[in-house]
Each structure stands twice: as C-alpha cells, then as structure tokens.
Ligand binder design. Structure first.
Ligand SMILES: Nc1ncnc2c1ncn2[C@@H]1O[C@H](COP(=O)(O)OP(=O)(O)OP(=O)(O)O)[C@@H](O)[C@H]1O
Ligand SMILES: [Mg+2]
Length: 373
C-alpha cells in the first residue's frame, strides 16, 4: 500500500462561535504525495488556514483522521509532528539577529549552540542569504525577512512545510521573484509544501496540484492544467482565470466524453462534458475561456470542414485594445454576450473589425466545458 506524506480522511472542523456553529472544514479528503507542491486555493473564509492548522496540530478535527507519513496524528501534539509552519505575519524576534532567530527553535529542542549555528548558516545558504546572519530583522527588506522566516522553518528539517500566504505582505514585483525562488527551493530540498493562497495565478504557476476550496469543501483537486482547462464546477471555472458562461441545453451525452448542446441562438455544437456533470439532459452552463475563441470576418473552406471546430455568427459589440491582446465583446444572441481575447500580432488585430459588424467566431470542441446549470 502506498503511503502518502499527508493524508486527510473525511475531515470536519466545527467551531462554536457564540452559540452558533460554523463548519470551517466540511468532509475534506485528500492525499498529498512526498515532495509535492500542493496549493490550497480559495476565497477568504473558505477554510484554508483551518485546514493547515489541523495538519499542524494547532486544532483538532471534529471528525475524521489525519495521517502524516502513514502515521495517525490523533493525540500527537503540534511540536511532535514532522511539520513546520510559515505564517503570513512571520514575526521574527526584533531584538535577535537573523542567526539567533533561526537558531532559536533548535536550541529550544536542546541542539547545542555550535551545531545550531552551523545549521542556521546552512539554512541561510539555502534561501540565498549567506551573508546577513549578524543583522537584525529591521535591517532587512520585506523579501529578505520572508526568506529568513523560511530559513527558520527549514532549519528544523520538517518532512512537510505548511505555508500560509507566505508572500501576502510583499509587493507584486517582489512577490513574483519570491514565487520563483520558493519554487526552486522546494525543488532543491524536496520537502513537501502545502501552500495556502487566495491568488489563483500564484497557485497555477507554483503548484504541482491545486485544491480549490469553497465553504469548507474541496471542490476540485488537480494539476493546474486540469483545473484551468477542465473545471468541474461553475465556481472553479469562475475562480480560476476569466471565463465566459453561456446558458445552454444539453441534448445528448455521447460516449466519448462530449455532448451535443443547443446555444441561445438555436445553433447546436459539441462540447466536452465536465467530470463532475450530473445533468443528463436539459439546462446546463457552457464555460469557455476568452483566449480559446477565434475571430475572423470569414472562415476558410478548410476550417469550415473541420469537424472539431464550432463556428458561430456573432455581432461585434465592442473592442478594447489592452496591449498584448485585444478584447472583443461579441453578441451571439439577444442577451448573450461573450468576451474573446485575441493576441495582437504586429498591432493588426485591433483595427481588423468594425463595431456592429457580423463576424465568425470559432473554437475547438475541447475548449468548451459543459457544467451543471
Ligand atoms: N477559532 C475560530 N472560531 C470560530 N470560527 C473560526 C475560527 N477560526 C476560523 N473560523 C471560521 O472558519 C471559517 C474558515 O476560516 P479560515 O481562517 O480557515 O479561512 P481562510 O480560508 O484561511 O480565509 P482567509 O483567506 O481570509 O485567511 C471562517 O468562517 C472563519 O470565520
Ligand atoms: Mg487564512
């Protein structure tokens, strides 16, 4: 039997809040592999921090079991679990030097000073700050402080590192470069990361797999590509990236994972069925990403006979130049508009169509996902 680094089995966490009960985590089950970069993604209040705190042992589950490296965590206090946590407000001790900050936890565990210093220096090396050990936290930039907090967590050589919005306090540019460094660091040291963020772009660029959470539930777990290209629900499609939602009618489910659907303009197209789809026929929602929609004044004979392509007429309502791309607002039926995003090549696209003009829009069958209404 394969053992996972972290395994959550039917975890529930209820909080008592002034008599009212809040379910912060609602039957979550997930298995996280050794060395995986696993992101917990979701809006504020969805239960991300609570999930981390349960794994860390700062909270006890109301129901369910947590296993770390195959070992049940019931009754195991936080300080005996092979995990370490980096919080958003990483709170370095201001009166201690960087080295002393990093050594502190080790010395509390009884590691002797010489050994603790050696390990602190190794940890600083790991976060690429070998020369700042003698400084105080206030003599560091925000990004450097963040890296010291990381070194402080890494120095204990945890099997699993839990990170709660670790880059939340940094400005955008620093955040981007830290994302890159953190990812490289994780790859180098091979520690399992469970990384909380509400920033979908951060999750997509950093994680091996993402769990999208809402209202205490893990709605979908998958690779960034799976989550982006094959969202299971309206919520997931909406939360990750930009999506067009079109009301549609499911006419027939095919055996190849596709279905025939009718659009509001009466046209019929083929589209991929989401894995989570429960509707067998009737009202559904079609999701399609703006960058998957092509636009032309007319379609070539070759495209017209491509059986995997859906081609529709649309009225161009608006076009907006946004530098790299042009955003087109298109009406496919009374009250149904779509946004298409087309990359600007030599600045040509933005001038290619007139507002009010009827154009052909097209996409690949596999670019659309049929979701429950
Ligand atoms: N100690 C507590 N007592 C009562 N309710 C709590 C407690 N901790 C969290 N909650 C509630 O549980 C829910 C989940 O909170 P949690 O902190 O896990 O959310 P989050 O996803 O981390 O949100 P954010 O992105 O804002 O940090 C919220 O409704 C929150 O108010
Ligand atoms: Mg939180």
């Amino acid at each position: 039997m394969k053992s996972y680094d972290v395994e959550l089995q039917d975890i529930v966490k209820d909080f008592d809040s002034g008599g009212a009960q809040i379910r912060a985590v609602d039957y979550v089950s997930v298995q996280i592999a050794d060395g995986e970069f696993f992101a917990l993604l979701g809006p504020s209040g969805c239960g991300k921090t609570t999930t981390l705190r349960l794994i860390a042992g700062f909270e006890q589950p109301t129901e369910g079991h947590i296993l770390i490296r195959g070992r049940a965590m019931e009754g195991i206090p936080a300080y005996h679990r092979p995990v370490n946590t980096v919080f958003q407000d990483y709170a370095l001790f201001p009166h201690l030097t960087v080295e002393q900050n990093i050594m502190f936890g080790l010395q509390m565990e009884g590691v002797n000073k010489r050994e603790a210093l050696k390990r602190a220096q190794d940890a600083l090396e790991m976060v690429r700050l070998p020369d700042i050990g003698k400084r105080k936290p206030h003599q560091l930039s925000g990004g450097q402080q963040q890296r010291v907090a990381l070194a402080r967590a890494l120095v204990k050589q945890p099997a699993v590192l839990l990170l709660d919005e670790p880059l939340g306090a940094l400005d955008l540019k620093l955040r981007k470069s830290m994302q890159y460094e953190l990812k490289a660091l994780q790859r180098d040291v091979g520690i399992t990361f469970i990384y909380v963020t509400h920033d979908q772009e951060e999750a997509i660029t950093m994680a091996d797999r993402i769990a999208v959470m809402n209202e205490g539930k893990m709605l979908q777990v998958g690779t960034p590509k799976e989550i982006y290209e094959r969202p299971g629900t309206h919520f997931v499609a909406d939360f990750i990236g930009e999506t067009n939602f079109i009301p549609a009618t499911l006419l027939k489910r095919e055996n190849d994972g596709r279905g025939r659907v009718r659009l509001p303009d009466g046209s019929e197209i083929c589209a991929a069925l989401s894995d989570d789809l429960t509707t067998t026929s009737g009202a559904v929602t079609l999701a399609i990403r703006p960058e998957r929609i092509g636009l032309a004044s007319d379609v070539s004979a070759e495209s017209a006979t491509d059986r995997d392509l859906d081609i529709l007429d649309a009225k161009l309502v608006d076009s907006q130049y946004i530098g790299t791309d042009t955003r087109y607002t298109l009406q496919i039926a009374e009250g149904t508009e779509l946004v298409a995003r087309v990359q600007n090549v030599d600045g040509r696209n933005s001038a290619a169509f007139d507002i009010g003009q009827t154009v052909k829009i097209f996409w690949h069958h596999s670019s659309t996902t049929v979701l429950d209404h």
